[in-house]
Design a protein around this ligand. Structure first.
Ligand code: SF4
Length: 221
């Protein structure tokens, strides 16, 4: 088998903040993670992938997104840490926020929960930085994500959150190109049952078909 090539894209060599050395990268899905994983690999940053996303429902959808992420992590030779699917805790934390819109308070609680777990793992396993792939998506509020990340890192001495803007310097377009090249699974909603409900409501009111889970993959056109 040919070794996976990182030479298809030109990108700046990244430096972690404050000369830090060991990165724990929280990953939400393969399409968002693809570009960031390539970028840190090309920059020779010592990285492990941390998959902790109890917000993804139902379980079959969670497994598809995780498997796609594992597939690409293997290709690049990254360690992949598969954390708990403690969705009951997730539902407890967002109780009362079921009708919040995307980017609202429920999403803050969702980011907080995922990053608190990531920060704890980083601290316990001697990573000195953590980051997340969530912010590369144009559907997300980067400030909201960075605030949650910084809050989680501040719980521990000697742990930093890397609030790099992955969309810049061509990151957004490479994200799409890599997704097509790798034929990643292309999810059509953020993750939780509430985002699935709201996306389908919007689709129905705009005379569009509702989401069909598990069948849509990026294609090169
Ligand atoms: S919409 Fe996305 S970020 Fe917001 S709560 Fe649901 S899964 Fe979490």
């Amino acid at each position: 088998m040919n070794k996976y090539s990182l030479e298809n894209y030109s990108r700046p060599i990244l430096q972690m903040p404050h000369g830090r050395k060991k990165l724990l990268l929280h990953s939400c899905c393969a399409p968002c993670a693809g570009e960031i994983m390539e970028a840190v690999a090309a920059s020779e940053i010592d990285t492990s992938i941390f998959f902790y996303n109890p917000n993804i429902h139902p379980k079959e959808e969670y497994e598809i997104r995780k498997d796609e992420n594992i597939r690409f992590a293997k290709k690049l030779g990254f360690d992949f840490i598969d954390a708990d699917y403690d969705k009951d805790n997730w539902f407890d934390r967002v109780k009362g926020l079921e009708n919040e819109p995307e980017r609202g308070e429920r999403c803050t609680v969702c980011f907080d929960m995922r990053f608190e777990r990531t920060a704890l793992y980083a601290y316990e396993n001697k990573y000195d930085v953590f980051a997340t792939t969530l912010g590369i998506s144009r559907w997300k509020d980067l400030n909201q994500i960075n605030n949650s990340g910084l809050k989680a890192a501040n719980r521990y001495n000697d742990l930093a959150f890397w609030d790099f803007d992955w969309r810049k310097q061509g990151g957004s377009s490479r994200m799409l190109e890599i997704s097509k090249k790798e034929k990643f699974y292309k999810q059509e909603y953020c993750g939780c049952v509430y985002s699935l409900r709201d996306t389908n409501r919007w689709r129905k009111s705009n005379n569009r078909d509702i989401i069909k889970r598990g069948i849509n993959f990026y294609e090169i056109k």
